[in-house]
Write a protein that binds this ligand. Structure first.
Ligand code: PLP
Length: 403
């Protein structure tokens, strides 16, 4: 990969902060956008803007075609069996809420159980907790070892005849652990239990094939895979989506509306009430084209080398402790440096031009398991370089000396 050429595709990477070149290591929060995505958004509003599905005029029809072509692009990207299984949402969070509500309404009863893991993002905990409260159900939690790997034997013990669904992150946003979701899905399926996979941190870094995984549901956010904000995807197997209640009511999701009774639209529209983000979906397709042109395998290889280099350099700093040492890790390094509070580290790094994330990373139960309240997270992308890692390490060294 020609990183310098790739970096030219991301205009924000040549910005300065506090008169220093921006070093952007907050990619797990959101990724920067390449020119093709920016152009697509601009062109969409400038030349192609018209509401989809309803209009008979030229612009509406071309906008509809582009929107549906984007759905087909996502189907292809995830290797789903059909475009009917691709639901556009506002993001991973909404995808989880959709399944927690619609699957819950249809399939869950008092005394049933949902299984999540200790390393989930709040958005893959709270919607399930809310379902458990609504239905008087129980939430069970898969533990992990100190390296940040899930304990699969314990996981299997948690699967019972009352388990209605397993919800698990493909990749942890704090530890970077790539969970063995294929194995976990197979174990759940042996007991007839469906699995929801939160792919928010996987899709930007790994090749995902929902059919090979045999995932029942798979969610991701466009903005974390170099696409626009406010847009996400829920993949769901047709046989589940068909049986599930709609999530929200409104236009688009209906077949016939009568005051006596309303019937619902076919998949995937049954789950897409209201005007969709039809400009965003075409920009997401442009983002997926961009990463697939680079090649997901090349991205994974480059990021893995950069991750090893970054971990090696960081662990050489006195007093620095890395959280998350799984055998199979994605491009995230979370750490604390001695007694220096992560907030101070992050604030000073920012002044030195380095953007990282500090705090609990929307994973408070995981923080509790790690025995900390917060940490610093450097999350990498294929547009980051070893030179940027060197800048991060030099800045940390400077901060350490200040304290
Ligand atoms: N799941 C994981 C693992 C995440 O890292 C995030 C965001 O950081 C989310 C879910 C929520 O994504 P969004 O805020 O785009 O809905």
């Amino acid at each position: 990969m020609d990183i310098n050429k790739i970096r030219e595709d991301f205009p924000i990477l040549s910005e300065q902060v506090y008169n220093r070149p921006l070093v952007y290591f907050d990619n797990a929060a959101t990724t920067q956008k390449p020119w093709p995505v920016i152009h697509c958004l601009e062109e969409g509003y400038r030349r192609h803007n018209a509401n989809v599905h309803r209009g008979i005029h030229f612009l509406s029809q071309t906008a509809t075609e582009a929107h549906e072509a984007a759905r087909a692009r996502v189907r292809d990207f995830l290797h789903a069996a059909s475009a009917e299984e691709i639901v556009f949402t506002r993001g991973t969070t909404e995808s989880v809420n959709l399944v927690a509500f619609s699957f819950g309404e249809t399939f869950c009863r008092e005394g049933d159980e949902i299984v999540v893991t200790v390393m989930e993002h709040h958005s893959n905990i709270v919607p399930w907790q809310m379902l458990c409260e609504r239905r008087k159900m129980h939430l069970k939690v898969v533990p992990m070892n100190d390296r940040g790997e899930l304990l699969l034997e314990e996981y299997e013990k948690l699967l019972t005849p009352r388990t209605r669904l397993v919800a698990v992150a493909h990749v942890s946003n704090v530890l970077g652990t790539v969970n063995p979701v294929g194995e976990m899905i197979a174990a759940a399926h042996r007991r007839g239990i469906p699995v929801f996979v939160d792919g928010a941190q996987a899709v930007p870094h790994l090749k995902v094939d929902v059919q090979a995984l045999d995932a029942d549901f798979y969610a991701f956010s466009a903005h974390k895979v170099y696409g626009p904000t406010g847009l996400g995807v829920l993949y769901g197997k047709k046989r589940w989506l068909e049986q599930m209640q709609p999530y929200q009511g409104g236009g688009e999701m209906i077949d016939q509306v009568r005051f006596e009774k309303t019937t619902y639209n076919a998949l995937p529209y049954k789950f897409e009430a209201g005007t969709p983000d039809f400009i965003g979906t075409t920009a997401l397709a442009a983002a997926l084209d961009f990463v697939e042109t680079l090649g997901m395998d090349c991205i994974a290889e480059y990021e893995s080398q950069l991750l090893h280099y970054t971990e090696e350099r960081l662990s050489a700093l006195p007093g620095l402790k890395i959280y998350g040492q799984a055998a199979h890790k994605s491009a995230v390094v979370s750490f604390r440096m001695g007694d220096i509070h992560p907030y101070d580290t992050g604030l000073l790094l920012d002044k030195l031009g380095v953007a990282v994330r500090t705090g609990h990373h929307c994973a408070q139960p995981l923080m509790e398991r790690l025995g900390i309240d917060s940490c610093v997270r450097a999350s990498l992308s294929f547009y980051n370089t070893r030179e940027e890692t060197d800048i991060l390490c030099a800045a940390l060294e400077r901060i350490r000396k200040m304290f």
